[in-house]
Every structure is written in C-alpha cells, then in structure tokens.
Ligand binder design. Structure first.
Ligand SMILES: Nc1ncnc2c1ncn2[C@@H]1O[C@H](COP(=O)(O)OP(=O)(O)O)[C@@H](O)[C@H]1O
Ligand SMILES: [Mg+2]
Length: 244
C-alpha cells in the first residue's frame, strides 16, 4: 500500500498496529449472518464498540436485536458458512472451542435480561455469587465482593431476601450485581428496563452511566426506551437484520 510507504511503515508493523487497534476496541464484528431455517434474521451486521462506551441498539420488534446481542455475547453462534469476524475484548471468538467460549463468557461477559432470570430458590446474595462460584472463585472473597456490589446498588438490607420478596427494580439491581461479580469487560442488556415502572427504569439507566463513569464499564443495550437510547453515547438502529 502506498500509504504505508508514505508513512514509512513496513506491512509487518502495520499489522501489529491493526492488532492493537482491535485490542482497544471492546467488540469488533464483521459480516454477522444468522438464519433460522429459511428465515434470514441477520444479513451481514458490521459494528465496533469501544471500551467504556455505552451503545444502544434500537429498532422494531423482529429486527434481530436479541439475536445479534446473543451472538455478540457468545451465547449463540453466527451462520457458520459465512466468513465472519468476532472479537470481544481482543479475543477472536471463532477460534475458541465451546468449552473455551463458556469460560471466556463467564470471565469477560455479564448479562442483564428483561426478566431478571434470578434463581427463585436462592437469596439475592447467593444469586450474585453464583457466576463467581462457577468461575472457581473462593467463597469468602466472593461474598465480600457481592456485598460490596449490593451495597453500591443500594441493596444493603436485602442480602437475604429471595427474588419473590423484592420489587421489580430491586430484582433488576440484583441482576446487575450478578452481571458485575466477575468484573466483566462488557455487559450486554436486553430490554433491561422493559419490565420496570418509569421511576425504577430511570434509576436503572442512571446506574449504567454511574458504572461507566466510575469503573469504565462497557455496555451494549437493546432498548425500546427512548430516554435510554438518547442518553447512550451511540445509537445503532436495526431494521430487517441490518444496521441502518
Ligand atoms: N430460535 C429461533 N428460531 C426461529 N426463529 C427465531 C428464533 N429466534 C428468533 N427468531 C426469529 O428471528 C427474528 C428476529 O428475532 P429477535 O432477534 O428476537 O428480534 P428482536 O429482538 O429485534 O425483536 C424474528 O422473526 C424471530 O421470530
Ligand atoms: Mg428482542
């Protein structure tokens, strides 16, 4: 490339610079396709998300937002016959085995869903600890960290409550603490405030920005909430399986 000669760069050092650029990005996705039978749900999605960025994915129901989020979050796989790239926190996901992907997800990724998905028979504290225990972390240290997170989220007097004894907003904040317990590089949230009243929703949204400002947390949010989408650093609009 002539531009490399102008800059006085060898193609080897250019490649190294490209690798570093990818590492600085939290997510790089190229050519993401997904089909269910004959239904093409994702038709070549390309995106990149920077570290500490809060990105909102918006669009009509059925546009493919959840499917995309699950692929970016390594819960699902893109169509295998297409050539795609997916880097999360500098790691190429397609080069990992299923077992390695599970371990990667546990260590680097947090999820928040519309319906909190807390385990009903466990207390708030236990629910928060579970991903750390799965990751092999020690009990005492994990509980200490879980309590710190619950305190930070205003749930100091709710450690031993089961989900059914918590309000919707409290349940969702427990889910946030659970998403944070392994200090993930990125948190994916699918309609996180979709089931909350407007006051609880606003508090939850403010919490995302507080976590970004204080800890540099990266968020990818799918939302129908206009206020949240407008607050985000960037809004990506999906329609019929592509970003428009
Ligand atoms: N597991 C599945 N099997 C078949 N079709 C699916 C599956 N998951 C999603 N779809 C279809 O893919 C399309 C996109 O779904 P989804 O990603 O959930 O959209 P959104 O989150 O934007 O509402 C929809 O038409 C949906 O019915
Ligand atoms: Mg959805």
């Amino acid at each position: 490339m002539i531009v490399l000669r102008i800059l006085g760069l060898s193609s080897k050092s250019y490649k190294i610079i490209c690798i570093f650029a990818k590492i600085k990005k939290m997510i790089v996705a190229k050519n993401i396709y997904k089909t269910y039978g004959t239904l093409e749900v994702l038709k070549g999605v390309n995106l990149h998300i920077k570290k500490s960025e809060i990105v909102a994915i918006v669009g009509p129901s059925g546009a493919g937002k959840t499917t995309l989020l699950q692929i970016l979050g390594t819960l699902d796989k893109p169509a295998s016959e297409k050539t795609h790239e997916l880097f999360v926190n500098g790691i190429s996901i397609k080069n990992l085995s299923d077992k390695e992907v599970s371990a990667f997800r546990n260590q680097h990724i947090g999820f928040i869903f519309q319906f909190h998905q807390l385990l009903p028979e466990f207390t708030a504290l236990e629910n928060v600890c579970i991903p750390a225990f799965i990751g092999g972390k020690e009990k005492k240290e994990t509980e200490k960290r879980a309590k710190e997170l619950l305190d930070f989220l205003g749930l100091s007097n709710r450690y031993h409550h089961k989900p059914s004894a918590l309000s919707g907003g409290e349940q969702q904040r427990v889910a946030v603490a659970r998403a944070l317990i392994n200090s993930p590089a990125v948190i994916f949230a699918d309609e996180p405030s979709g089931n909350l009243d407007s006051v609880s929703a606003k508090k939850l949204h403010e919490l995302f920005f507080k976590l970004r400002d204080e800890f540099g947390q990266t968020f990818v949010l799918v939302t129908h909430n206009k206020e949240l989408a407008e607050m985000a650093d960037r809004k990506l609009e999906m329609k019929d399986g592509v970003i428009v």
